[in-house]
Ligand binder design. Structure first.
Ligand SMILES: [Zn+2]
Length: 122
């Protein structure tokens, strides 16, 4: 099967989406039933993994790269992957969920206007 549906969103928009959605915020809003911990550097968050059963937290959210990684089961990805896996959605549904949840069309329009201004100034 060719991945035709993916083409509905441009690479630019998907990059914008990835940089606009706060991974930690997204994951915390989905996983409310378990405690979160700071890692020692305070740059990352940890909790018990939503994708496999465990008693000590190995599911880590990296705030610098906006990605998650589980040292127990190897689950790994970005905000879109997380929604796909956690909510069992396909790619397009996951993107649509994030657009709605984070009012991304509005932000995208603003972002595009800003880019245009930068280009016109040159
Ligand atoms: Zn896991």
């Amino acid at each position: 099967m060719r991945n035709g549906r993916r083409k509905r969103y441009s690479r630019d928009f998907l990059d914008f989406l990835n940089s606009s959605v706060d991974m930690a915020h997204l994951v915390k809003s989905c996983i409310k039933d378990r405690p979160w911990f700071h890692t020692s550097e305070c740059r990352h968050w940890k909790c018990r993994c939503p994708f496999h059963h465990e008693s000590t937290p190995s599911f880590t959210v990296y705030r610098d790269t906006e990605q998650y990684h589980c040292y127990g089961c190897g689950a790994h990805g970005d905000v879109i992957t997380f929604v796909m896996e956690y909510k069992r959605m396909d790619f397009v549904s996951a993107v649509e969920f994030l657009i709605k949840e984070y009012t991304l069309w509005m932000k995208w329009a603003k972002h595009r206007r800003k880019i245009r201004k930068v280009v016109e100034k040159k």
